[in-house]
Design a protein around this ligand. Structure first.
Ligand SMILES: *Cc1c(COP(=O)(O)O)cnc(C)c1O
Length: 365
């Protein structure tokens, strides 16, 4: 048995999501790009690349990774590029999407050889968490003023709008897209492609895929554009676990178990968004608070129900450890970084990457 901690990516589960990607591409005509900021574990890219059209990125390093490890169509986007980066970004991308008119103008000469787009901010979003709301007051994410955009529209061939956030409700998606159209529809008529961003949870159970695809197709036809989607979480949801072992048990008014991992180091998003980890199954008479081993007082995965008391050496699988998780792992407390293992379609588990003391030492100087 593999030594814990490790992330375990299950290719069979991944394939189930990829089949939805295939359906959406086929039925809607939209192109589907993986958002690397959510998930960049390239061990499974060869498999994903058979079902998705390419990648989109948030930086020079991501765009390079997309080109080298995923292939297909590579989109470059960043909130801001530096002068010394732009040459390499353009060399590694098929399209570049600027966040502002100012960046578009600044890099007009350098980017003349590839398709260019601009991010629009429609001022509405489905996010309820201020920290993650692209339409928050004074948001720096994209251009708001249609008149200013119209003045530079001949310099670009497309737009990107990203204002959905973990949105599993098709009618809400439909509604908010209608608002986007009311604001920017006249601009969409003037370009060749529109990316609707990520945050649409169309791989969720019972998502009305047919209605979703019809909406995308009608949008494409209406404006005469090619539509792109940029799923991150939707592509990899429910595919990966963080496998940990119980190192110690305490009773301090509650049953506590300490595991060989840490929320802050290995599932940081839970802390940022104040969420509990997911355990499956989570039933039984034994309630245990599962805690990390960092020295952060609040390093707690959550309180879960187990069929039997947890013993030292027991293994636990923490669910949904792919999105915004592996990309954010860090060396806090000098904790052993979880290995990355892949369970192939043949059921075999192989270690794609292990991390050692050397990696820790090299991470700083
Ligand atoms: C974060 C992001 C995505 C991916 O979002 P998910 O919620 O993971 O689907 C796509 N496009 C842009 C521009 C993003 O910022």
């Amino acid at each position: 048995m593999l030594q814990t901690p490790y992330y375990l990516i299950d290719e069979a589960r991944l394939l189930a999501n990829m089949r939805v990607m295939d359906t959406v591409r086929q039925q809607s005509g939209a192109k589907v790009l993986l958002a690397l900021k959510c998930f960049a574990s390239w061990a499974v890219f060869p498999m994903m690349a058979q079902h998705m059209d390419g990648t989109t990125s948030s930086s020079l390093y991501e765009v390079k990774l997309g080109r080298r490890k995923f292939g297909g169509e590579t989109h470059a986007y960043s909130v801001a590029y530096a002068d010394h980066e732009i040459g390499e970004v353009v060399a590694n991308a098929d399209k570049i999407i600027f966040n502002s008119i100012s960046q578009l103008t600044r890099f007009e000469v350098q980017s003349a050889g590839i398709a260019r787009g601009l991010r629009l901010n429609p001022g509405v979003s489905t996010s309820s968490f201020d920290l993650a709301d692209p339409a928050r007051p004074f948001s720096r994410l994209g251009e708001w003023d249609a008149e200013k955009v119209e003045a530079v529209v001949e310099k670009i061939s497309g737009f990107m709008v990203h204002n959905n956030c973990e949105n599993g409700d098709f009618s809400r998606f439909d509604e908010i897209l209608t608002e986007v159209e009311a604001r920017f529809g006249h601009l969409f008529h003037q370009v060749k492609w529109v990316s609707l961003g990520g945050g649409i949870h169309f791989t969720g159970e019972n998502y009305p895929i047919d209605a979703f695809c019809r909406r995308l197709k009608a949008f494409a036809r209406n404006y005469g554009v090619e539509v792109y989607l940029e799923p991150g979480e939707a592509a990899i949801t429910r595919t990966t676990t963080l496998e940990v072992s119980v190192l110690d048990r305490l009773f301090n008014g509650r049953e506590l178990a300490i595991v060989d991992s840490s929320v802050e180091a290995h599932m940081l998003d839970l802390l940022i968004y104040r969420e509990s980890a997911k355990m499956s199954p989570n039933t039984g008479p034994y309630e245990v608070m599962v805690c990390g081993k960092s020295c952060l007082a609040g390093d707690v995965f959550g309180t879960f129900s187990f069929a039997a008391p947890l013993e030292i050496g027991d293994r636990i699988s923490i669910q949904d450890a792919a999105g915004y998780t592996m990309v954010k792992k860090n060396w806090f407390n000098g904790m052993k970084m979880p290995a990355i293992a892949v369970k192939g379609l043949d059921g075999e588990i192989r270690v794609a990457r292990d991390f050692t003391y050397d990696d820790f030492e090299k991470n700083l100087s």
